[in-house]
Write a protein that binds this ligand. Sequence first.
Ligand code: DON
Length: 311
Amino acid sequence: MDADLDEVLQAVAEAARPRASQGRTPSYIESLAHADQDSFAIAVVEMDGTEHAVGDADQPVAIQSISKVFTLALAMQAADGAEGVAEELWRRVGVEPSGDPYNSLVQLERERGVPRNPMINAGALVVDDVLLDHRSDAPEAVVELLSQLAGEPVTIDDLVRQETAESASRNRAIAHLMASFGNLTHTVDEVLDAYLHQCAAAITTRQLARAIRFLGNDGVDPATGRTVLEPERARRVAALMLTCGTYDSAGQFAFDVGFPCKSGVSGAIVGIVRHRFGVCVWSPPLEESGNSLAGHVALHELAQRLDLWTH
Ligand code: DON
C-alpha cells in the first residue's frame, strides 16, 4: 500500500467535500433530514489492520441499507449449515439490477412478488424472512456480527429505530405485496421488525471500513482469521454489491469507481478493494438514486488516485 495514503485521503476529502451542497438529505426519516450537511468522513482499513481516516470517522451513523450486506452474509451462513437454503434463497430473490428506486413496488407486482435482488428493500425483507427460519435471534444476530467485525460493540440507535418505524408504510406495503404472492413465511410484523432493527444499528465510518473487509479477503475476517463466509459466497455478495449495491446508479458507480460498493440512506457508502482494504465514506446529502453525492465523488477520486480498477 502507498505510504502516502493519508495524503491521498486528504486530497480525496478536499475534492469531494464541497460537492455535498449539490445533494439533498432524505425527507422521510426525521434525524436524517436534519443531518449536518457538512459532516464528512472517509476511512480506509487495510487487511493488516492499518487504519487511515479523515474527518468525522468516529461519529456513529445509522447503517441503514448497508446492513443488507451483513444480513445476506448471515443468510448465506445459514445456507452452509442446512441443505437447500441457498436454492430456496435464490428462488425467492433474484440477482439482477432493478433499474427502479430501492423502495419501489412496481416491479414486484409485475414479477409476482419476487424482488430483483437482495440490495433493494424488498429483497432485504425476503433475506430477513429466510434468516428468521434459521436464527430466531435474527434482529440481534446482525448487530452481533457487526460488533465482531468492527472489533467493538455496535448498538442500536433507539431514535432512528423509532423514526424508521414511523416512516415504514412503504416497506410494510412491499412486505404485504410479497406476502400476497406467498413470498414471506413469517408475518409482515416479524419481518419488518427484523429489518427496522438492522437499519438502526449505529456504526462509525471507521468501524464499517473494518467490518466490510472480510468480503475482500475471501470471506475471512482479517482481524481474527475467522471464516465468516465460504470464498464462493463472499464473491457472490461482492458481485451483488457491484451490480446492485447503489441501486439505479450501480452502472455509474461501476463506471466511476469500479469496485463493489453498498450505500445507505444516511449517506454512508462502503466499498471493498480485494486483498487490499475496506473503505467507507460518509456525507449525508444524497443524489437522486439515494446514494451519498460527495461519497460517490470521493470513491471516484480514490479509485483514480490509487489506480484501483478491478476489471
Ligand atoms: O427502508 C428504508 O427506506 C431505510 N430504512 C433504508 C433505505 C436505505 O438505506 C436506502 N439506501 N440508500
